[in-house]
Structure formats: C-alpha cells, structure tokens
Design a protein around this ligand. Structure first.
Ligand code: ADP
Length: 234
C-alpha cells in the first residue's frame, strides 16, 4: 500500500523552500563570485573573465564562449567522494551551461571566454540547482553583460505529494520520489533547464511546474537583494 507523505521530514510546508542564504563577492581573486546555501546544500561559484581565449583556434570571432565546471568536494557528502570529474559532474556542468548561456550577451565579447567554477562544499540534494543560482549571481557580480538572472530549484513528487525543494532524505523516500530540477529566467519566466527523474502524470507535472516557478521567483528576488547588498542598496 502506498502511504501518503503527510508531513515533511524537516517539518516544512509542501510549497516551502529550505532556509536560503546568498552573498556575492566572496572570492577575492575572482572577477565575480557568490555563495548560495539552501538548507544543507551549499555551493560557491567563481567567475573569471571575459578574457581572451587560448589556444586561439578555439575562439569564436562572432561571440564569447561560456565554460562551466561543477565539482563536488570530497567532504561534501557523508561518504568521501573521490576527487576529480565524474560522468555526473560533466553532465551537471553541461546542464549549467545550457541553463545560463541564453541570458548572457555573448556577442558583446567575441573571441573571449568566461569561466564559471562551482564547488559544492555540502551536498544534500538540489546541488545542480544551487549551482545554477550561484553561477548566475557570480556572473552578474563579475559584470558580465546579461539580460537577466537565472534561478533554479527542484520540485517533485514524494509519497504522492507535490513538493518544492527536495532534501536528500525526500529523494530517498521509501515510496520513491520524482525529482524535477527547473531553472527559470527571472522576469520572463522562461525555463532554461528542466530534467525529470522518476514518474509523474501530466496534471501533476503542471502543478509541479507552477510550484517550481514560485520557488524560482523567490530565489530571483533573493539574488537581486544579494547584488544590491554589495552596494549598500536596499
Ligand atoms: P542534485 O544534487 O542536483 O540533486 P543528484 O540527483 O545527482 O543531483 O544528486 C542528489 C544528491 O545525492 C546530491 O545532492 C548529494 O546529496 C547526493 N550525492 C550525489 N553524488 C554523491 C556521491 N558521489 N556520494 C554521496 N552522495 C552523493
């Protein structure tokens, strides 16, 4: 018998985000940086560039190139993660790039590259979403020309309920869970990334998307606040 998920493990409402903290300008040597914490998922993003791309044959004379690197630190998960890239980190790096590239005015810096490095120093589900949110914030902090910020959050189905911002415990729910990371452009509400791991009906997906958009809007406002805080603007 499938038991309905009546109360969330951490006591949150089904449409509630975990506690969020954001701060920009945290890495002195980077051109832009941001830290994003959402519950026990914590990431730091550093941006370097735009700068001339070498070797030159990789340059695009029409527009700049965005490169993203996602990495999980060995101590970010309960059981030590072997350092270095994995298939998963390569996939998430690609998802990040695809989620962010359309918001950047890449044509304004031909032949150049912007590098974004995201380090996960504590992982408790939703690291790809926190990474996209932090990367977009760090790109803005670096002054990279952009149309708008991107924020991201996971929604899903846990024990028959549609929930916002899954924890690892929820992802591992004994009744099974459906995990749907979503990235959204702030003002337009356009979705730039959407993945789906698990099963869900069309109606449930619609509901989940609405919830995801709500979560992304809250994160977007927090991103704006974090940028303004750097300049002492409210
Ligand atoms: P996301 O972090 O975007 O939700 P996944 O669904 O692949 O991406 O991972 C879910 C969670 O599983 C991670 O946030 C982390 O808590 C955990 N996890 C991922 N990789 C590992 C690993 N190598 N060792 C232990 N836990 C991991």
């Amino acid at each position: 018998m499938i038991r309905v998920y009546e109360k969330r493990f951490d006591g949150r409402k089904f449409d509630e985000l975990r506690p969020v903290k954001m701060k920009v300008d945290v890495v002195p040597s980077a051109d832009g940086s941001a830290v994003v914490e959402i519950g026990n998922t914590k990431v730091i993003a550093s941006v370097f560039g735009p700068k001339p791309l070498h070797p030159k044959h990789l340059q695009n004379p029409e527009k700049g190139i965005l490169r993203c690197y996602y990495d999980m630190m060995s101590f970010s998960v309960p059981e030590r993660k072997r350092p270095g890239p994995t298939r998963r980190s390569i996939e998430i790096s690609m998802v990040m790039k695809n989620a962010l590239a359309s918001t950047l005015l890449l044509e304004e810096f031909p032949k150049a590259v912007v590098d974004v490095f995201v380090e996960v120093y504590e992982a408790n589900a939703g690291t790809r979403c926190a990474s996209i949110t932090a990367a977009s914030l760090a790109l803005a902090d670096a002054g990279v020309p952009m149309r708008d910020l991107v924020s991201a959050v996971a929604v899903g189905k846990v024990g028959g309920m549609i929930v916002l911002d899954l924890t690892k415990e929820e992802e591992d729910h004994p009744e099974g869970a459906t995990d749907i990371p979503i990235a959204m452009v702030g003002r337009s509400g356009k979705i730039t990334a959407l993945q789906l791991d698990g099963a869900i009906t069309k109606e449930e997906l619609k509901k989940a998307l609405e919830l995801g958009k709500k979560g992304c809007s809250i994160l977007y406002e927090m991103q704006r606040k974090a940028l303004k805080a750097k300049y002492g603007v409210r």
